[in-house]
Design a protein around this ligand. Structure first.
Ligand SMILES: NCCC[C@H](NC(=O)CCC(=O)O)C(=O)O
Ligand SMILES: NC(=O)OP(=O)(O)O
Length: 316
């Protein structure tokens, strides 16, 4: 694997999921592979799971890890070409990406969307500028439109827990007070389209994701109808895509409670975390045996580890 920007960088999905599950059983089997290699983790936004699981994955491969928070302790970066830099930005991406590439063999980046400038977000300008001006492989740790490490962890989790050959998986929107990105929902959708599952999306009318992502995936506007006989309920809020970045609906009847779970086939409840309790999901569901959110978060380590392993093998 040359880089990991999107799940399209995965050639053989079955193979990578199986390999991640093997790494979970023997996480130190390749601790020589990353010896004397360094990964730089660049954060423009907060993180708990991605930051810790990616570090853990790198360490289990014998790599060194360096971390920088652009929001807090780096110089303000300029991304536009030809700007007269007499304002708030201090350093241009051209130098920053080239310099970081001197110190790191792999660069991993978290950079959320603006949710105000749709065109800029869709262009993935942060990720693509690092790719353009850096000289080492890039790993996406959640960008404006994609969270492929999360989607791979989700695929591992569903593979481990499914009880039938072709489970029914539902992606459900749930309310949230703030405008949230589409990245998790986009990557999960693309992942389910590649897996052998019966996949349905449910959300209030008007909350359609980018049609270039959803393609021909069935969309059911009635949440209860969508949940019938489901084996996995994957919940996520996203802000409006058409009225870009707006919160136009906060309907609490979409919050996942026992009432919704009752029509499923004893479904597992999934969420990428962090989750707002009693807004996205009621305590009674996330505290029940149906919830697999901790197993899902654990799989973030093996998702990152299999990706880093493959990039390291490509570097050799
Ligand atoms: N990496 C997992 C999710 C990150 C982000 N959630 C958030 O920003 C939650 C913020 C809050 O609840 O205040 C998202 O939805 O893409
Ligand atoms: N799921 C996830 O990416 O969590 P963090 O935002 O805490 O990294």
């Amino acid at each position: 694997m040359k880089e990991y920007l999107d799940i399209s960088d995965i050639n053989n999905l079955h193979e990578i999921i199986d390999e991640a599950i093997s790494l979970k059983k023997a996480p130190y089997s390749f601790e020589e592979l990353g010896k004397h290699k360094t990964i730089g983790l660049l954060f423009f936004n907060s993180s708990l799971r991605t930051r810790l699981s990616t570090q853990k994955a790198a360490q289990q491969l014998g790599m060194h890890c360096i971390v920088i928070n652009f929001g807090a302790d780096a110089w303000g970066l300029e991304f536009e070409d030809g700007t007269v830099m007499n304002g708030s930005t201090t350093e241009h991406i051209k130098e920053a990406a080239a310099v970081i590439s001197q110190y790191c063999d792999i660069i991993a980046i978290r950079a959320f969307p603006t949710l105000t400038d749709k065109e800029k977000d869709l262009s993935e300008h942060v990720l693509n500028n690092f790719k353009k001006y850096g000289s080492v492989p890039i790993v996406n740790m959640e960008s404006a439109t994609a969270h492929p490490l999360q989607a791979l962890a989700d695929a591992i989790t569903i593979t481990e827990l499914k009880k039938t050959a072709k489970p029914k998986v539902v992606l459900s929107w749930a309310p949230h007070p703030k405008a949230l990105p589409h990245a998790v929902a986009n990557s999960f959708t693309k992942m389910m389209q590649r897996m052998d599952v019966d996949f349905v999306i449910t959300h209030p009318e008007g909350y359609e994701l980018n049609p270039e992502v959803t393609k021909d995936t069935p969309i059911v506007y009635d949440q209860e109808e969508a949940f019938k006989d489901a084996d996995f309920i994957y919940v996520k809020n996203w802000s409006n895509y058409k009225e870009y970045g707006k919160v136009v609906n906060n309907d609490p009847s979409w919050t996942i409670s026992n009432k919704q779970m009752a029509v499923t086939n004893n479904a597992k409840f999934m969420h990428c975390l962090p989750v707002r309790r009693n807004v996205i999901v009621a305590d009674e569901v996330i505290d029940s045996d149906a919830s697999v959110v901790i197993e899902q978060a654990n799989n973030r380590t093996y998702s990152a580890q299999v990706v880093l392993k493959r990039i390291l093998e490509h570097l050799k």
